[in-house]
Design a protein around this ligand. Structure first.
Ligand code: AMP
Ligand code: ZN
Length: 106
């Protein structure tokens, strides 16, 4: 049984609403938003951080997912952030890409 909070979300354990999803990733609202719109793009596969990624195709798919999710959310301008490692502020050790738009409080 996984202890990873994002794996649990992906498995539907919290009935989290997905703003967008595809074969590679799910996208949902950050629980503690740092911007008017704050979404997280999370690969279905558990990978701890960008440092552990060895699949460049998946990385490309994730960036395409960012673009698709932003479009679905009606965002034309947005910032993407990937925190890698504890000292950079990574709190959840399942790779994710932040999408921030509107007034950003980072
Ligand atoms: P990071 O600091 O890059 O690891 O970002 C982790 C993000 O996950 C933070 O912005 C948290 O607010 C968010 N987060 C943690 N738990 C949840 C949850 N259950 N649902 C949605 N977002 C979450
Ligand atoms: Zn996970």
């Amino acid at each position: 049984m996984t202890e990873c909070i994002f794996c649990k979300i992906i498995n539907g354990e919290f009935n989290t609403e997905f703003v967008y999803q595809n074969e590679y990733a799910v996208v949902f609202k950050d629980i503690n938003p740092k911007a008017d719109t704050h979404l997280l793009v999370v690969p279905r596969k558990h990978i701890e951080s960008l440092n552990e990624v060895d699949d460049e195709v998946l990385l490309g798919k994730l960036m395409m997912t960012v673009k698709e999710a932003a479009k679905v959310a009606g965002l034309k301008s947005f910032r993407t952030v990937i925190n890698t490692g504890k000292d950079a502020g990574q709190e959840v050790f399942h790779l994710h890409i932040h999408i921030l738009a509107g007034s950003i409080r980072l």
